[in-house]
Design a protein around this ligand. Structure first.
Ligand code: MOS
Length: 706
């Protein structure tokens, strides 16, 4: 199949290090004014020509069964309603293998909240009213929707990011049995839901030859690559644009059912732009979520805290219609030195919505369990939690045997300890009170792999008078990518940032991979570095306008020779109210080693945002599913609580000055996810230190302390 995504045509080169002039310094957000003045248009706001239609999703009220009949008579009688599509009338898809994306193709219902009809109307209000008037007759079958310690589990095909499901080194069970000190505890994390400010949305137009999709996505090229074959179109027949995105956290990293629904509505109404806005409520079933996890962690140590063995056995749930496995135990493989180690992942397949990516999938719940277990070992051995982590610092990556690219965890811990005032901490829990509040402090380590996506391509165009157009199909999901890519391009071309005209967020631009896995800036930036280098080679420093060069970045990141990771240390101070059990996090400080920071302002915002999301997971976020119906009852922000400003008190993020010459030509690594890793563990450890009560489940709610 010929694909415009192909990078075969672009010169592939391994770029040299980019000298830093703009990088490392402040640059205002390139889209800041457009965003705060409302000039930035999001997916369903995007101005389009023609007679606009609006689609509204009708979703199943049973978790497992069949649609017998969709009675649209009342809906069709409503003014403005043009058509109601169901599984008997929707356009046929060419590929229905991915059952999450096989929207309206057969009568089967795999989870509550699945799309069972689509109302198309002349206004959003009419579409919504029409959807309320659709009667869906369903045949209900017994469903399994509860995930708990009794759920039957199996080994998934692979876990997220292609990691192994199981690993074993040495004889961990024998070593655990012989260890002088052991910790054996089970930690649980709940279903958590991505809650970006902009819910998922799309505007789709089919002109008979080209499907144009203004989408709220983290990856325009990936949406095209996935949707084109599903729709039976050539990739050239699908154009995806995402100039502005109101957050994603992973839920917009992969296309989900609503994008297919928008495309189906457009195919059914050629020439009409169709707008489809997923409601906040519908997001809780249709756009992915972090599955609940249960992690049993066993640690065996010498009396001085030196680990001899560890096991991390984790289970999560997936959907019967599509497998997704959270890789919660992978961090345990590389985090600390222990000669005997084992990790396993198991999943239970239920009649539930399809889980997917949510910020630091795997590392977030896994490191929560792991770092609370470390705190329990600190208590069991009487060793200070920071000393304990230093004592178990590995010389090389325990899993691969490779040297690390520059593992500076201990420096993060030490700098954080100094800033936070760790040395004043009383060793004994429940030893400090202020008024009616018990006060305690806790620490946890953070880690995230340095991920690099190959194949990214960029185009450099001379605009004359020292100005350059820089084109790459990257997406800025609100994180600042648009700004840091300008800084990278400026340095790569040896010009000032205001000489760069950057274009992103469009499949008509050179191929780019997902704004996910904290890999976006590393991967796109390397392509810009490659293209700029080739451009300067081809056309010199004073090129005529119109000259251009397209190049793809060859593999720069040294994953062959080194284990590539970022690290951090999170310190929390928690206050637990003596009489009500209310928990407040009065201080939360993170120190990170993430390579060169390209823009201190956007980086700080990324890290503070992720720390806040970790605080939110620690204290608030918890999705509840009705065990009888499978309905996610916490399906709005009134019942699914996320941290608000009032929850955020003294929040600080800083980083070590460094350049990682093994990671990227910019010296940077990713920063999008590491801030959420370990944060909930630091809070949990602080609440233990405050109260002496060990809470092993998230969120850490008041009832645990009463
Ligand atoms: Mo993130 S979960 O990799 O978008």
């Amino acid at each position: 199949m010929s694909s415009p995504d192909s990078t075969a045509a672009a010169t592939q080169i391994v770029p040299e290090q980019v000298p830093s002039r703009a990088m490392g310094r402040h640059l205002d957000r390139q889209d800041g004014v457009a965003k705060v003045t409302g000039a930035a248009t999001y997916a369903v706001e995007h101005p389009v020509d023609g007679d606009v239609l609006h689609a509204w999703l009708v979703t199943s009220t049973t978790a497992r069964g069949r649609v017998l009949r969709v009675d649209a008579s009342d809906a069709l009688a409503h003014p403005g309603v043009r058509r109601v599509l169901d599984h008997t009338s929707a356009p046929r898809l060419a590929d229905t293998e991915d059952r999450e994306l096989a929207v309206l193709q057969d009568e089967h219902i795999g989870f509550r909240g699945q799309i069972v009809a689509l109302v198309v109307a002349t206004s959003s209000e009419a579409a919504r009213e029409g959807a309320l008037l659709v009667r869906v007759h369903q045949d209900e079958e017994a469903a399994e929707v509860v995930f708990d310690e009794h759920s039957a589990t199996y080994a998934p095909e692979e876990v997220n990011a292609g990691a192994e499901t199981d690993t074993v080194d040495g004889d961990p069970d024998a070593a655990l049995a012989a260890a002088p000190v052991t910790v054996d505890a089970t930690y649980t994390t709940p279903h958590e839901f991505n809650s970006p400010m902009e819910p998922h949305a799309a505007t789709a137009t089919w002109d008979g030859a080209l499907l144009t999709l203004h989408d709220s996505t983290q990856a325009v090229h990936a949406v095209r690559a996935t949707l084109a074959p599903v729709l039976g179109l050539e990739p050239e027949q699908v154009r995806v644009l995402a100039p502005y995105v109101g957050g994603g956290f992973g839920s917009k990293g992969l296309p989900h059912a609503p994008e297919v629904a928008a495309a189906l509505a457009a195919l059914a109404f050629p020439g009409h732009p169709v707008r489809l806005a997923v409601t906040r409520q519908q997001m809780f079933a249709l756009t992915g979520y972090r599955t609940a996890t249960r992690s049993r962690v066993r640690l065996g140590a010498e009396p001085d805290g030196t680990l001899v063995a560890l096991r991390h056995d984790t289970t999560s749930q997936t959907s019967r219609i599509k497998e997704f496995a959270e890789q919660s135990a992978t961090a345990a493989r590389m985090m600390y030195a222990a000669p005997h180690r084992a990790t396993t992942h198991r999943v239970a397949a239920l009649d539930v919505p399809v889980p997917s990516w949510m910020r630091a999938p795997g590392e977030m719940p896994g490191m929560h369990a792991h770092e609370v277990a470390l705190d329990e070992l600190a208590v069991a051995t009487g060793v200070d939690p920071i000393d304990l982590r230093e004592r178990n610092e590995p010389e090389v990556d325990p899993e691969s045997g490779k040297p690390f690219n520059g593992r500076r965890l201990v420096e993060c811990l030490r700098l954080g300890a100094e800033r936070f005032g760790w040395s004043e901490r009383p060793a004994r829990p429940r030893s400090r009170a202020e008024g009616d509040w018990w006060v305690g402090t806790g620490v946890a380590s953070a880690t995230y792999p340095m991920l690099f996506s190959p194949g990214n391509t960029a185009r450099i165009r001379s605009l004359g008078e020292g100005r350059y157009g820089v084109d790459v199909g990257a997406v800025d999901l609100g994180t600042g990518a648009r700004t840091v890519l300008v800084q990278i391009a400026a340095d790569a071309l040896r010009v000032a940032p205001d000489c760069i005209d950057l274009a992103i967020g469009d499949t008509d631009l050179p191929f780019a991979t997902v704004a996910g896995g904290s890999s976006g800036t590393s991967s796109w930036g390397s392509a810009i570095a490659a293209a700029a280098q080739q451009f300067r080679h081809d056309h010199g420093a004073t090129p005529d306008p119109g000259l251009h060069t397209t190049a793809a970045s060859g593999a720069y990141t040294d994953t062959d020779g080194h284990a590539m990771h970022s690290f951090g240390a999170v310190f929390a101070e928690a206050r637990v109210h003596r009489w009500t059990g209310e928990v407040r996090v009065s201080r939360l400080h993170g120190v990170y080693s993430v390579g060169r920071v390209i823009n201190p302002m956007t980086a700080r915002s990324q890290l503070l945002g992720a720390l806040t999301m970790g605080l939110s997971a620690a204290l608030h976020e918890e999705g509840w599913r009705d065990p009888r119906t499978g309905h996610v009852v916490t399906q709005d922000l009134a019942t699914y609580h996320v941290a608000a400003h009032a929850d955020v008190l003294d929040l600080q993020a800083e980083w070590l000055e460094e350049e990682d010459h093994l990671a990227t030509p910019m010296g940077s690594r990713g920063i999008g996810e590491i801030g959420i890793v370990g944060t909930s563990a630091a809070v949990a450890n602080a609440t233990f230190h405050a109260t002496g009560v060990r809470v092993r489940s998230l969120p850490i709610t008041a009832d645990h302390f009463l």
